[in-house]
Design a binder for this molecule. Structure first.
Ligand code: HEM
Length: 363
């Protein structure tokens, strides 16, 4: 039997095909241009934020983080006591030990700035879970952040750009920013009432941003956390204020006498507590759970230590912990990724950076 004839498809029109390919390339290029912010110069993008960090730092510091540039790497572990499992089914909260690598730092883009250049210290951690997941966190030594939105953060940074005449931020611009943004008041009041600690070891470090914890039964609650030191707080001394690099020296000295410990305190929100506003603390009477002990036993230089090539993006989380609706989290993630991309590219192009890094290094 003769086969039914199948109609021949119309011969493809070559100019049409080229037009389709051209359109696809244009759409892709448009997508890249949009993402980079070239089509919408007023839109707040990671490049605009990171470029502004670079302007505030004054001069380029290739190979360094664009913020919290001065720091050192640390190693240790987290001993979970199992109590955190009441809030999250993340493996890190089951009783047992999780290796941790991390970094202490001082905010600002200049790796050679004096330790007193900011009243804030920071602690970033990467928990390496047995099941292959990671929990990364970047915490500051204040329980609240100065601003509520990424746009305000950008305005604050822009106001801190050095005045070409003095090489320093213009106090008038900074004052005008704070006056126009009363949300900054809780942060300013906290800093005024809490002199910086005398050591990296006796400061508490806070997640500031809220996160969502989900337990084994599927219940989800908003949680913030803090690493609270066993070493009692003491304020910075006058002698320390005169020392440019006292924090790293002090830490190494303390570690010679044994490991340093912090307790991971989880704070549970009540319905109605704000989860999208890092300028507001939750009331003190919220439930707190001590989930275990962070033990730091040694430091390494940030030029050669494990933390050098880690992006402490706070949205890299294990199952059982998820970001909240705080708008700072997505902005942090995008800015940290770009800072990471720039600094690791500089390291790759100029390996000698690792030699010079030790000069401005904390350790
Ligand atoms: C929109 C708000 C924020 C922006 C744009 C921002 C930006 C940045 C950038 C670009 C870096 C360098 C990252 C790298 O190269 O690895 C950084 C580091 C850091 N930031 Fe933020 N940040 C913001 C808010 C916060 C908040 C709320 C906290 C505290 C909870 C925080 C804590 C840290 C810490 C601890 C580091 C140092 C991480 C390390 O030691 O590697 N940041 N930030």
């Amino acid at each position: 039997m003769a086969k039914p004839s199948v109609p021949n498809p119309a011969p493809a029109c070559v100019p049409c095909r080229l037009a389709v390919i051209g359109a696809a390339v244009l759409v892709l290029a448009g997508g890249f241009a949009y993402t980079a912010g070239w089509l919408t110069p007023a839109r707040l993008t990671a490049p605009r934020i990171v470029n502004t960090f670079e302007s505030v730092a004054g001069q380029p510091h290739p190979g360094y983080r664009r913020n919290h540039a001065k720091g050192l790497c640390i190693e240790g572990y987290f001993d979970s006591n199992g109590e955190g499992a009441a809030l999250s089914n993340a493996e890190v909260f089951a009783a047992g030990r999780t290796p941790v690598t991390g970094r202490f730092a001082v905010p600002g883009g200049n790796p050679s700035a004096p330790d007193t250049s900011s009243p804030v210290r920071s602690l970033a951690l990467l928990f390496q879970l047995q099941n292959g997941e990671q929990w990364r966190t970047g915490m500051n030594s204040t329980p609240v952040f100065a601003v509520h939105t990424p746009e305000q953060f950008y305005q604050q940074l822009s106001a801190a750009k050095p005045d070409p005449a003095t090489g320093k931020p213009d106090p008038v611009k900074l004052k005008a920013f704070y006056a126009a943004n009363p949300e900054t008041q809780p942060f300013q009041a906290w800093v005024k009432a809490h002199p910086p600690s005398s050591s990296l070891a006796n400061a508490a470090y806070y997640s500031i941003n809220a996160f969502r914890f989900t337990d084994a039964a599927g219940n989800t609650r908003a949680v913030r956390w803090a690493m609270v030191p066993e070493t009692p707080y003491a304020p910075i001394t006058d002698a320390e204020k005169a020392e440019k690099n006292f924090l790293a020296a002090d830490l190494d000295q303390r570690l010679q006498n044994g490991p340093l410990r912090w307790h991971l305190i989880l704070t549970v929100a009540k319905p109605g507590d704000p989860t999208d506003d890092a300028t507001l603390q939750w009331p003190d009477n919220r439930q707190h759970i001590d989930a275990g002990t962070l033990v730091i036993d040694h430091t390494t230089s940030q030029a050669n230590g494990t933390c050098r090539d880690v992006n402490f993006d706070p949205t890299i989380l294990p199952a059982g912990i998820a970001p909240s609706d705080d708008p700072l989290l997505a902005a942090r993630s995008a800015a940290y990724a770009l800072s990471y991309k720039r600094r690791t590219r500089e390291e790759a192009l100029h390996p000698a950076i690792h030699q010079t890094q030790t000069n401005g290094d904390h350790s």
